[in-house]
Design a protein around this ligand. Structure first.
Ligand SMILES: NC(=O)c1ccc[n+]([C@@H]2O[C@H](COP(=O)([O-])OP(=O)(O)OC[C@H]3O[C@@H](n4cnc5c(N)ncnc54)[C@H](OP(=O)(O)O)[C@@H]3O)[C@@H](O)[C@H]2O)c1
Ligand SMILES: *[C@@H]1O[C@H](CO)[C@@H](O)[C@H](O)[C@H]1NC(C)=O
Ligand SMILES: *[C@@H]1O[C@H](CO)[C@@H](O)[C@H](O)[C@H]1NC(C)=O
Ligand SMILES: *[C@@H]1O[C@H](CO)[C@@H](O)[C@H](O)[C@H]1NC(C)=O
Length: 296
């Protein structure tokens, strides 16, 4: 106990202070001016608001979702708000070849890519899980696998620009909740995969940042409909949420927490996991992987 008090707690304190409060650069909207950004799931909800913020900041945007009609409106609003350019490409992220081709087309339209904001999800309702394997597969494909496909397709462009991948996740991707098992599974998968890739990038000196955004309940139409009569929590505004996501991405933060209490987020940040990740990385011999990866 004396050892704990004398050494462990101060070390823990310093470690946490370093990770959470290390002097971050201040966010300025000009950081996004002229940047080339993709936003998925941008026909409504948080994605739509992300597109509008980016437009106001003078970025180039390519938005996607399935419904062409709504995307058209989002693009014309973006142009009104001051986007350097704005395009849409409609399609479904159930289709992995669409996902791949989408990134190539978007890159061509903008002449490169600085930030890939992955935000779309398949529709869900809150329900007990019994045996709907089809729904689990759909959640894994749309909410997770397509994110991997999109990132792989975007990586060459992001390497060139020292760019960023921004992944929109949820508290349900960090802790258990009833009634959302397929969704939660797909959001946990994002954390496992992209946090792992982040460690690889750091070791192999790939300067592409990965930001995982952990959101509480946000007042989008879809979410309000889904939780109505089931969940009694305050919802945070989607506009402010969208801005928090962009800020986190621009500042190259590892994680963004928005839309729940300070206490929830303090606990979800899970210092135990951070310490273990930090320590376990040191027992790997990564040399033979670095040599292969360093080639352009
Ligand atoms: N709202 C919340 O309370 C909350 C909480 C935590 C996390 N989040 C996360 O925030 C993100 C956005 O949520 P939201 O509430 O803004 O959702 P939303 O309003 O329902 O928007 C979802 C977007 O995804 C698109 N989409 C749906 N199915 C698709 C498919 N098969 N292929 C391609 N695009 C598809 C939708 O457009 P189309 O239908 O036209 O395709 C729409 O643009 C999600 O990642 C969600 O997990 C939200
Ligand atoms: C998703 O939307 C489709 C089409 O509106 C509907 O048939 C399906 O039941 C919805 N799925 C869930 C899980 O809510
Ligand atoms: C990317 O970062 C490297 C190292 O800081 C720098 O030399 C290079 O100019 C940057 N490239 C771009 C396009 O910003
Ligand atoms: C990575 O890219 C960012 C953004 O261009 C730049 O600020 C930073 O210096 C780069 N870091 C390294 C290690 O090259």
């Amino acid at each position: 106990m004396a050892f704990m008090k004398k050494y462990l707690l101060p070390i823990l304190g310093i470690f946490l202070a370093y990770y959470y409060y290390s002097a971050n650069e201040e966010f300025r909207p000009e950081m996004l001016k002229g940047k080339k950004v993709i936003v998925t799931g941008a026909s409504k909800g948080i994605g739509e608001e992300i597109a509008y913020h980016l437009a106001k900041m003078g970025a180039h945007v390519v938005v996607t979702a399935r419904s062409e009609e709504t995307l058209k409106k989002v693009v014309s609003r973006c142009l009104e708000l001051g986007a350097a350019s704005a395009y849409y490409i409609a399609g479904t992220m159930e289709d992995m070849s669409f996902a791949e081709q989408f990134v190539a087309k978007a890159g061509k339209l903008m002449g490169g890519l600085d930030m890939l904001i992955l935000n779309h999800i398949t529709n869900n309702s809150m329900n007990l899980f019994s045996d709907d394997i089809h729904l689990v597969r759909k959640n894994m494909e749309v909410n997770f696998l397509s994110y991997v496909v999109l990132s792989v397709a975007a990586l060459p462009m992001l390497k060139q620009s020292n760019g960023s991948i921004v992944i929109v996740s949820s508290t349900a991707g960090k802790m258990a909740n009833p009634l959302v098992a397929p969704y939660s599974g797909s959001k946990f998968a994002l954390d496992g995969f992209f946090s792992s890739i982040r460690e690889e990038y750091s070791v192999t000196k790939v300067n592409v940042s990965i930001t995982l955004c952990i959101l509480g309940l946000i007042n989008t139409e879809t979410a309000m409909k889904a939780v109505s009569g089931i969940l009694d929590t305050n919802a945070s505004p989607k506009e402010e949420c969208a801005l928090a996501i962009i800020k986190g991405g621009a500042l190259r933060q590892e994680e963004v927490y928005y839309g729940s209490s300070v206490w929830t987020f303090l606990l979800l940040r899970n210092p135990g996991r951070r310490i273990l990740e930090f320590l376990s990385l040191r027992s790997y011999n990564m040399d033979k992987f670095i040599n292969n990866q360093a080639l352009p």
